[in-house]
Design a protein around this ligand. Structure first.
Ligand code: SAM
Length: 355
């Protein structure tokens, strides 16, 4: 929408960022533009919110505009995690459509749709009795931001997807599944119990492995990387590239908590190891190789260091930064953050530290 482009342009200008362009176009229109081939194409929360026709337009764009060796990031609502609550989305859409007949605003329509669903639940509907996740979702909606809920649920095209379907749809675009994009779920041992792990390890096919993982974890949202013509790295190459990757501190060290919640439960990190890493990053980004040297981590403990780094990325405490940022980057980030705080305050009034 034009307002989105305007706000994005203002935010970029607040940080003096000039190498970005905004276009108010439908996916089907991008192929008519004079665009180069891309190394990366990123779509967060789009693919399961658009019609089959628009999905085909997206795939057409990926086929023609992603450079060989390029990467696509796709995130989408997935199955089987929505199997209990998907009918609730349909119910809310129907409730909102009915309320629309009276000419109500979109927020008022969503409010009526919630009441409509609650009345059904209170009437003892068997759907809610046999699908406790739907009851839980309905309850949690009462405290969530209504603008988000309207955006998320009042969409005629909303449809959670199976990973295997997404992977086979992308195959004709010469895109192959490369990796799951959420660092918190990179280690199977933090996501699956022992029997689940054994099951996954008995399977070689990467698509089937992901499918089994989705059933084991009841995944409701996926973040996937697909590559055009990807070549699998050897463990040696992987390690060499990881060692060259710089990491930057994202929050003051005093805010870094040495534990996080993984699928299998709470995971405690070694607090001394955590503070030695975050302390070193206070002075600026460091590559994994120099963190290894500075913390005197022995080569055979590389895996332990990497696991800690992944945990800190999951916590939002650190982040990989592919190139060493210039001095000016910190000042730019600060001006963008200040602009964002002013913008949020203007829209919502005072904001809590959680934001
Ligand atoms: C669920 S929202 C996600 C928005 C944003 N990426 C995020 O994560 O907050 C889906 C977005 O897809 C956009 N969209 C839907 N159909 C589209 C189309 N045909 N062309 C371009 N954008 C479209 C909508 O405008 C909406 O902003």
């Amino acid at each position: 929408m034009p307002e989105h482009c305007l706000v994005a342009r203002q935010m970029a200008a607040s940080g003096g960022i000039e190498n970005v362009q905004w276009a108010e176009l439908g996916f089907g229109e991008y192929l008519n533009e004079d665009l180069p081939q891309f190394d990366y194409i990123v779509m967060h929360g789009v693919y399961s919110w658009v019609s089959d026709e628009v999905k085909a337009q997206i795939r057409n764009f990926l086929s023609r505009k992603l450079r060989p060796g390029g990467t696509v990031y796709l995130s989408y609502n997935s199955q089987p995690g929505w199997s209990q609550a998907a009918p609730l989305q349909t119910l809310l859409s129907i409730g909102a459509r009915e309320a629309g007949v009276a000419g109500n605003s979109v927020n008022a329509r969503f409010g009526s749709a919630l009441t409509f669903a609650e009345r059904l639940a209170d009437a003892g509907a068997n759907y809610f009795k046999t699908n406790p996740e739907a009851v839980e979702k309905l309850r949690s909606m009462k405290t969530e931001d209504q603008r988000y809920l309207v955006h998320e649920y009042l969409n005629e095209q909303w449809k959670p997807l199976y990973f295997s379907d997404v992977a086979s749809e992308l195959n004709p675009c010469k895109l192959n599944f490369a990796a799951y994009g959420d660092p918190s779920e990179h280690y199977d041992a933090l996501c699956l119990n022992a029997s689940g792990l054994a099951l996954i390890e008995s399977v070689d096919d990467p698509i089937l492995r992901q499918t089994l993982r989705d059933y084991l974890m009841n995944t409701a949202f996926r973040k996937d990387y697909f590559l055009k013509g990807g070549r699998k790295l050897t463990p040696f190459e992987q390690r060499r590239l990881l060692l060259q990757t710089p990491f930057a501190l994202c929050v003051p060290t005093k805010h870094v908590v040495a534990e996080f919640v993984a699928r299998i439960g709470r995971v405690a990190l070694n607090p001394e190891f955590v503070s030695s890493i975050t302390g070193l990053l206070e002075a600026g980004p460091q590559t994994l190789a120099s963190l290894m040297e500075l913390t005197k981590t022995k080569a055979q403990n590389f895996t332990a260091l990497l696991q800690l780094i992944v945990a800190l990325v999951t916590l939002g405490a650190i982040h990989p930064c592919p190139v060493k940022p210039r001095e000016s980057a910190a000042a730019r980030r600060l001006s963008i953050s200040q602009w964002l705080v002013r913008h949020l305050k203007a829209e919502n009034g005072p904001i809590s530290p959680r934001h």
